[in-house]
Design a protein around this ligand. Structure first.
Ligand code: SUG
Length: 446
């Protein structure tokens, strides 16, 4: 008997130390807002409201807890010693960049947590997870051990879920991975997008910003997940896109079921990629792929990066049809608003647009799609998920209360030397593990 299959979005809950440190070269928003004041409470509430919106639209929605920050282990590993207060003070004096990296709430962008392949695509018919190593940036490279631990806690059942260790070459997870299929319940074509080949050491091709994802990493993940080669496509980002601030492919393309919305400038060889996707798609579907290409004549790459149009979430509604959940910035920009208005009128599955205010995340380069890890699950796989992380009215209300009680309204760069912020954060996370019934997942609890 056919089972119902769900796309479940697991959003990263914004952590209590959300701040702007300008840590991501090539991520224009992060670079522009570095050293400005952040608003952690508002950031977390914005993220929660987005989750609630999807829940209210009838989708299944999950929550991934924030990581422990500051990462004092990383600071100790860099030669700082003494009490927590000593470590923070010394690091601020000697290496403020490292200090900021250890406070970053960047695990909120769950699209970078892992790459996930649903059981319909894998050789052993289990759901496969590979935690991303995020090796390209120091503040993100400290995430994988906790990410892997949290994913195992949320998806514990080995009869349904397989967890792979991070691969060797630079990997940024699902932000560079899209799955196309006729419907979530059937097999799909998996598209892996990379910015460089790890074996290519020449840096001249990217004089401005670094490419993050290595082709070798994408290939390793596809191999580990047991994907069929004829239903797997590897595509290179165009260097122009990276230069324009497309540090992950999900800044310039988004897919859902048979729809691929992308900018003409996304890929090095756009027509080649589309050809390969169509060929793969024909193996899994009896309908055609529905690509929606936006050309520079309608929107320049720079405008796409500024508005994050392509970082919208494209979701299938339970009643049928798709909705595009776009950042409010897209509603305020005339061009993107017109594109979206037309998109819902045109002949394609997208029927509605919802705008979400996640400005606190956007100022660090994280749009709606960055905040979520998509996991396609059958009914019986969903039953094996750690249920307390799945959003309900009660959990939402509990999380809102928790944020309101535990988070600061504002954080300035100087606050990163404040040992009481570290204590407050640990107390908040300790509480959270009770709410999500996750047990002692944090190092400070072990
Ligand atoms: O890795 N920003 C994140 C944004 C990640 C967005 N994710 C996706 N596109 N899927 C990054 O660049 C900024 C941190 C700072 O500057 O304080 C940051 O890490």
């Amino acid at each position: 008997m056919d089972q119902t299959v769900y796309e479940v979005n697991f959003d990263g809950l914004v952590g209590p130390t959300h701040n702007y440190a300008g840590l991501s070269a090539g991520n224009l928003a992060s670079m522009a807002h570095g050293q400005t004041v952040s608003h952690p409470k508002e950031a977390a509430l914005q993220g929660l409201r987005k989750m609630k919106l999807l829940h209210d639209m009838g989708l299944k929605q999950g929550v991934i807890p924030p990581q422990e920050r500051p990462d004092l282990e990383a600071l100790r590993g860099s030669g700082f010693g003494g009490s927590d207060a000593d470590i923070l003070k010394e690091a601020q004096k000697k290496d403020p960049h490292l200090l900021a990296a250890c406070w970053s709430a960047s695990s909120m962008w769950a699209a970078n947590a892992a790459t996930v392949s649903p059981s319909a695509d894998t050789a052993d018919a289990k759901v496969h997870f590979t935690a991303a190593n995020l090796r390209s940036l120091p503040h993100r490279a400290i995430e994988p051990p906790a990410t892997a631990r949290f994913l195992r806690a949320i998806f514990p059942d080995e009869s349904a879920f397989v967890h792979h260790p991070p691969v060797h070459d630079p990997d940024e997870g699902a932000a560079n991975h899209t799955r196309l299929c006729q419907s979530h319940s059937g097999p799909g074509v998996e598209l892996f997008v990379y910015g460089k080949e790890a074996s290519d050491s020449s840096r001249t091709e990217y004089p401005r910003y670094p490419a993050r994802q290595a082709k070798e990493a994408s290939a390793a993940v596809a191999r580990a997940h047991g994907l069929a080669p004829e239903r797997t496509v590897f595509a290179r980002q165009s260097p122009e896109a990276i230069h324009a601030g497309v540090f992950h492919n999900d800044v310039i393309a988004v897919g859902n079921e048979n729809v691929l919305l992308y900018h003409e400038g996304a890929f090095g060889d756009g027509s080649g990629v589309l050809g390969a996707l169509k060929e793969g798609f024909a193996r899994v579907a009896d309908t055609d792929l529905a690509p929606i290409r936006i050309d520079p004549g309608r929107l320049f790459l720079a405008e796409a990066v500024e508005t994050y149009l392509f970082n919208s979430q494209l979701i299938t509604l339970p009643e049928g049809g798709m909705c595009i959940v776009a950042p409010s910035e897209c509603g305020e920009n005339e061009k993107t608003r017109a594109i979206l208005d037309e998109m819902v009128q045109e002949e394609n599955p997208i029927q509605s647009v919802r705008y979400v205010d996640i400005r606190q995340s956007m100022k660090n380069g994280g749009g709606p799609a960055c905040l979520r890890l998509r996991v396609v699950l059958t009914e019986s796989e969903l039953e094996k998920v750690h249920t307390p992380v799945l959003l309900t009215e009660t959990l939402y209300a509990g999380l809102v209360r928790w944020v309101e009680r535990r988070y600061r309204d504002r954080l300035a760069p100087g606050d990163l030397a404040d040992p009481s912020l570290a204590e407050e954060s640990r107390a908040a996370l300790d509480d959270l593990t009770q709410i999500l019934k996750l047990g002692p997942i944090y190092r400070f609890q072990q």
